[in-house]
Design a binder for this molecule. Structure first.
Ligand code: TYD
Ligand code: MG
Length: 464
């Protein structure tokens, strides 16, 4: 009988090690090595007989093909009926692909997938496999949400070999597995949720997807550190990794693609968790911009580019006298190191010192902004709070700030200004090279080349 082998896999980068060690020698993370039991090669489980032997080389002669000769099938993507999800997927579900949806417990993964599969099962056959909830619980949820329950097939299973058998029998187009952390492979001796089980189950289901052409959607829970519970190794196997995020206390959920073999990454879909389940939010600018009629000091609106569309967000800053100790620089939803860097630029090029001030910055609505195009809006909000004077409600600010104090252009400038104008903004401060050649009706655009020039414009236009 073949012997069980033990390996150690890093949770953070997925590297294999033969011995346990405190630090991963590949990525440098501490205490991330988890024991991994390599399955015994004998003892073929039920599902493997369907998939063929998984061990070793089969002996068939390999063949090569010309790229030009490969016959492409027509675009066979399946639209899920939820346009926010379809856009994040890059235009629907691809047959034979494996999609992982990650998120905190309670983010709404099961709710969203139940809604999607009940909708989808009207046109294609869907199988929903739950290892976490009973059939009654799922049925209760579906009836409470008034979902069209007609054709969805359900099963509660935790062995992936059983899923393979069901897929053979039912031949579904789409299989949802909720969640990968409770799944197990029969011949791996470790508990569900361990690195070994998660990795082997995902590998098994990936193989199942490729061989049967079924689209497999895996649900994965995220740990407090933000890693998918168990291994980062999953990310290498799957085709598409979507993350469902919720800001603390907010009913809004953002769905973002972090990896996509069939479309652009960083697409953003927005949902709201309501009494009737997950609702699509088709005009996110409107919700992120819910502001009081009279603006307060430290609030500035900018336009960020998310995937393929512009979204208006409000950046807020609070500048306050240091209350003992070092001055604090805290940014929520923005990069804290960029905030410190910009304060240095402001000091060096505009003569404004914040050495005795705490500076806090935040993006309203729990959105995360990683774009440099929000730099100038951030500093403008800091300036407005520092002077304790509000800016007008109909101003938007765009632009990246360089270390020499210059304002650099942002991509898709014209579209961003158009979006702001559509939402009723009448004044814009933008990088000089982003100034539209032809005036846009209804919005007065000021082009600026440097930070000091931008602050001058703020002072004159806004009478600060
Ligand atoms: P769920 O889909 O079970 O989360 P996940 O599968 O990601 O762990 O969602 C659970 C949360 O959503 C729970 O806190 C209750 C809330 N919820 C609503 O607010 N409205 C609803 O209609 C439903 C079904 C859930
Ligand atoms: Mg769930």
């Amino acid at each position: 009988m073949a012997k069980t082998k033990t390996a150690y896999v890093c949770d953070a980068c997925g590297a294999d090690h033969t011995k346990w060690q405190g630090q991963c020698s590949v990525c440098g993370e501490w205490n991330t090595l988890k024991q991994f039991v390599v399955p015994k090669s004998s003892n073929v489980p039920v599902g493997q007989s369907i998939l063929g032997s998984t061990d070793g080389y089969s002996g068939n002669a390999p063949s090569v093909e010309n790229l030009a000769d490969i016959r492409m099938e027509g675009d066979s993507r399946t639209l899920t009926g939820y346009s926010e999800l379809d856009r994040v997927l890059g235009g629907g579900l691809v047959p034979g692909s494996v999609v992982l949806i990650g998120g905190d417990p309670g983010a709404g993964k099961s709710t969203l997938l139940l809604q999607v599969t009940t909708q989808l099962s009207k046109q294609v056959s869907c199988l929903y496999v739950s290892g976490e909830e009973s059939l009654q619980q799922i049925a209760q949820r579906a009836s409470r949400l008034n979902l069209p329950v007609g054709d969805l097939r359900l099963a509660t299973l935790t062995y992936v070999e059983q899923i393979a058998e069901l897929v053979q029998k039912e031949k579904p187009n789409v299989v949802v597995v909720d969640s990968i952390q409770v799944m197990q492979v029969g011949n791996v001796d470790s508990v569900p949720g361990s690195v070994s089980q998660v990795r082997e189950s995902a590998a098994f289901l990936t193989k199942l997807a490729k061989q049967t052409g079924t689209a497999v959607v895996l649900v994965g829970h995220v740990t407090k550190e933000g890693n998918l519970a168990g291994p980062k190794v999953l990310e290498h196997m799957i085709d598409c990794f979507l993350m469902l995020d919720s800001a603390a206390g907010s009913r809004f959920r953002t769905l973002r693609s972090l990896k996509n073999r069939f479309g652009a990454v960083n697409e953003l879909g927005v949902f709201a968790m309501t009494e009737q389940g997950m609702r699509e939010v088709k005009n996110p600018s409107a919700i992120f911009l819910e502001r009081p009629d009279k603006t307060n000091p430290g609030s500035v609106v900018t336009v960020v580019w998310e995937g393929t569309r512009p979204i208006l967000v409000e950046i807020q800053a609070l500048v306050d006298q240091v209350q003992g100790g070092y001055p604090k620089r805290v940014a929520v939803g923005l990069d804290s190191s960029r905030l410190s860097m910009h304060l240095a630029v402001m000091h060096r090029h505009c003569g404004l010192s914040f050495s005795d001030q705490d500076v806090f910055a935040n993006v309203a609505g729990g959105v995360r902004v990683s774009e440099t195009a929000a730099d100038l809006a951030l500093l403008t909000s800091v300036y407005s709070s520092f002077r304790n004077k509000p800016l007008s409600k109909d101003l938007i600010v765009l632009g990246e700030i360089g270390l020499t104090g210059e304002i650099r252009p942002v991509p898709n400038g014209q579209e961003r200004i158009n979006e702001a104008q559509k939402h009723g903004f009448t004044k814009a401060i933008v990088p000089r090279s982003n100034r539209p050649k032809n005036a846009i009706q209804g919005i007065e655009v000021h082009g600026v080349g440097s930070l000091s020039e931008a602050l001058e414009v703020v002072k004159t236009v806004e009478k600060l």
